[in-house]
Design a protein around this ligand. Structure first.
Ligand code: C2O
Ligand code: CU
Ligand code: CU
Length: 489
């Protein structure tokens, strides 16, 4: 009973056990939620780039955003914007960020891809209670938080930044409520820069675009539509509008030149198969230069990018391969429009390049001290589980030793984007074969499809303590597909 009560808003509805859960499990993750608001035509909104964060504090507060024409959307935001302000830090330079909670409910902040000590990692019950003590929902979840490291009003997260340049992101991570909190707007970019990357001639300035992809559905009044507590959505919530940097199917004018796109799939459950339409002459539309954990050794050309929730693809697109005047749609082959780039005739100047060697720090890890297997599956009552266990704070499923390399094998019965906190990993095999096209480089999230097995190599470094292993389909995560692991000295 207590464990059941600890599960999230969605899982509360699971009290009605015994339904034919398999009937609710389709072949693909997620169920489409239709908007009740009138939706705009695609490519009317102009792409915006999230503001860059300055100072050392972020205030979490509600804000009325203009997302759909003529309507406002009440969102949960970092500093009033969605996506939140882009935090930029420097490799090797410690940073501290204070989050102040002026939202009506508790929050937890996690830096996804951060190599962060446990007490600043956003453990799901280390809640920041609302500043004014006006929580509208005082539930058993808050009682659970009593056993976590709770603060009231604000919390300062410390990030040593002992890690290489990469596209990270920060988002809410409250136990049982991550799905609705992120859906309402609690997500932002955090870019780490370093000398190695700065020395490369990659596109920069206005030709470096962080692009956060999220799908949403809207109520008639413009508010976000999210089906809290409806078990029909336990496979994940899909919206019928794709937002890029918080705007529906936007358009962006580009020069006929190279652009660096830092693509982040911050959607709760949607996977995308991204392509350019029309494709550029000669193919290889995307030159992938980086993954979740920063630069690849060498660029990889892709015609299509499969990006699961929480994954990042750092790519260069050369719009100079198109005739000026071309309108290039970024589409999801599985869904529809994402955004459009209009190639304008001006400014052909381009001294950027994609060097044939990007980084020498992606060496393979030595052989593992041990191998562990984690099965991601669904229990008889419908809850999502790891090795047959629903999430319970304080129960470790693995105790790796600091400094050791381990191989972790993830097997699954369904689509699960598997994410590890603390350290980036390298995929060593997929389905006992070689790597998939999107498995290269340092990653922190790996896309696992039904009946697949993926083995990754990870070295646990620098920090002991409790960290998370979980599915990053946020509805799966909220419905208990999460586990603690403890790094021991
Ligand atoms: Cu992006 Cu534990 O999450
Ligand atoms: Cu994470
Ligand atoms: Cu999952």
């Amino acid at each position: 009973m207590r464990r059941r009560a600890l599960l999230g808003a969605g899982a509360a509805a699971l009290g009605v056990a015994g339904l034919g859960w398999s009937l609710l499990t389709p072949k693909r993750p997620g169920k489409l939620l239709h908007s009740r608001a009138e939706l705009p035509k695609p490519f009317e909104a102009r792409l915006t780039i999230p503001p860059v964060h300055t100072g050392d504090e972020i205030v979490q507060r509600e804000a009325d955003l203009r997302i759909l024409p003529g309507l406002t959307t009440r969102a949960w935001t970092y500093d009033g914007s969605f996506p939140g302000p882009t935090v930029i830090t420097r490799s090797g330079r410690a940073a501290a960020l204070t989050h102040r909670n002026r939202l009506p409910e508790p929050v937890v902040v996690h830096l996804h891809g951060g190599h962060t000590p446990a007490d600043s990692d956003g453990y799901p019950i280390d809640e920041i209670m609302p500043e004014r003590g006006t929580a509208t929902t005082t539930t058993h979840h808050d009682m659970a938080a009593m056993s976590g490291d709770m603060t009231v009003g604000s919390r300062t997260y410390r990030y040593p930044m002992a890690q290489r340049a990469a596209t990270l992101w920060y988002h809410d991570h409250r136990m049982g409520f991550t799905g609705p909190a992120v859906y309402r707007g609690l997500a932002g970019f955090h870019l780490v820069r370093d000398d190695e990357e700065d020395a490369l001639p990659l596109p920069r300035g206005e030709r470096e675009l962080p692009l956060m992809l999220t799908d949403r559905a809207f109520e008639a009044d413009g508010s976000f539509r999210y089906p809290a507590g409806d078990p029909v959505f336990m496979n994940g919530v899909l919206g019928d509008v794709v937002l890029v940097n918080g705007l529906p199917w936007p358009v962006h004018e580009v020069d006929p030149a190279r652009y660096r796109l830092r693509l982040l799939n911050a959607s709760n459950a949607r996977r995308y198969r991204l392509e350019l339409d029309p494709p550029p002459p000669g193919g290889a539309a995307f030159a992938q230069i980086g993954s979740d954990g920063g630069l690849l050794r060498q660029p990889i050309g892709h015609d299509s990018l499969q990006i699961a929730p929480a994954e990042r693809f750092d790519v260069v697109v050369d719009f100079g391969r198109y005739k000026p005047g071309t309108r290039v749609r970024l589409v999801d082959r599985d869904g529809g429009n994402v955004m459009r780039f209009d190639v304008t005739g001006s400014r052909r100047d381009d001294d950027s390049a994609v060097p044939p060697v990007l980084s020498r720090t992606a060496e393979p890890l030595p052989p593992p001290a041990r191998t562990r297997t984690f099965a991601f599956n669904q229990g008889p009552d419908g809850a999502w589980r790891i090795n047959d266990l629903e999430y319970r704070p304080g129960r470790a499923v693995a105790r790796p030793r600091l400094g050791e390399v381990e191989h972790w094998r993830f097997v699954s019965d369904f689509h699960h984007p598997v994410h590890l906190h603390l350290n980036h990993f390298q995929v060593v095999s997929r389905n006992a074969g070689g790597l998939g096209a999107y498995d290269h480089g340092w990653k922190d999230t790996v896309d696992l499809r039904a009946s697949e097995a993926v083995e990754v190599a990870v070295r646990f470094t620098d920090y002991t303590g409790t960290f998370m292993l979980h599915c990053h389909n946020l509805e799966h995560e909220d419905m208990a597909m999460m586990a603690d692991f403890v790094v021991e000295a």
